[in-house]
Design a protein around this ligand. Structure first.
Ligand SMILES: Cc1ncc(COP(=O)(O)O)c(C=O)c1O
Length: 283
């Protein structure tokens, strides 16, 4: 994604940026770390992410007001003085916490000591893990690149990506072929997620699946609300997502390089098999 263009649009429209860095920890744009461009950034420690603590995450911000509110939202009650938030090198201004204390609901989303204890030992080897992820991604990407059925996105010049999965499109496939492709991969024990699936499966969902967002609109007949609804909004984005697939890399960091060459070969074979069967049945 072109961060320069995004930042320019947001600046022009006075939109504040909150970066969703759930899958991009360690990535850079023009040499600068993701998570440092917006007012705040959110990182996930859920099990499918680079730092895996089962659940949990962190918010990054250099704005005292946001930090103070985040501490209060997370459920510090009035114990923020004892929690370390207002002490030490990165001290927050106590008056902000006191100012917002009675006006900020407590969502009780504190990170437990147990989660923190699972996260901390992972930090010293984080850089190495990032390199492992990059290497595995590159092998898989190279294995699919050049195959006429696969469209694998390439990074922009200023992008330094860290991937927790490999995403690709099958532009020439129809709905039935895409379903067949996923099933065939599954038969070979490769879990391929498909964002464009008519109904969401597992963790993978897209805007068109989020009916809870649109079901509660105040004026469902309002033309602007309708145009904004999941079925009609962002047609260019939906077109990309329709044929977009995702192969996870997050639980495979101990695999060998050859394993990823084999995964690429299986993905290619499955896609070509679906294509052959489809072509024959149409004759
Ligand atoms: C892009 C993105 N943002 C946010 C999340 C949510 O992370 P969490 O489960 O820690 O809230 C996910 C989870 O997979 C994700 O893929």
């Amino acid at each position: 994604m072109d961060m320069d263009k995004l930042l320019a649009v947001c600046r022009r429209c006075e939109v504040k940026i909150i970066e969703d860095c759930a899958h991009s920890l360690g990535g850079k744009w023009n040499g600068r770390q993701v998570g440092t461009f917006g007012a705040a950034a959110c990182f996930s420690f859920q099990t499918n992410k680079l730092i895996n603590a089962g659940e949990g995450g962190m918010i990054l911000t250099n704005q005292d007001e946001i930090a103070a509110k985040a501490i209060l939202y997370s459920g510090s009650y009035a114990n923020y003085k004892e929690s370390g938030a207002v002490m030490g090198h990165h001290s927050l201004k106590l008056h902000l916490l006191e100012q917002y204390h009675n006006y900020t609901p407590n969502f009780s989303m504190r990170m437990t000591n147990l989660t923190a204890a699972i996260v901390r030992p992972q930090l010293p080897s984080l850089k190495e893990k990032i390199e492992v992820f990059k290497n595995h991604f590159e092998i898989l990407r190279a294995g699919l690149e050049g195959d006429s059925l696969f469209d694998v996105t390439s990074a922009l010049e200023k992008e330094e990506r860290v991937h927790t999965s490999l995403q690709f499109r099958l532009p020439s496939f129809d709905l039935q072929q895409m379903e067949q492709f996923c099933n065939l991969c599954q038969e070979h024990r490769i879990a391929v997620a498909w964002f464009g699936r008519p109904n969401p499966l597992g963790f993978t969902s897209a805007l068109s699946h989020w009916e809870y967002v649109f079901a509660n609109q105040v004026h469902p007949e309002d033309p602007i609300a309708k145009a904004d609804s999941g079925m009609h909004a962002l047609p260019a984005t939906r077109k990309i997502i329709e044929k977009l697939f995702d192969v996870p890399l997050y639980h495979t960091s101990t695999w060998q390089d050859a394993d990823f060459q084999q995964v690429a070969a299986i993905l290619r074979a499955c896609a070509h098999k679906v294509c052959q069967v489809g072509c024959k049945s149409r004759l």
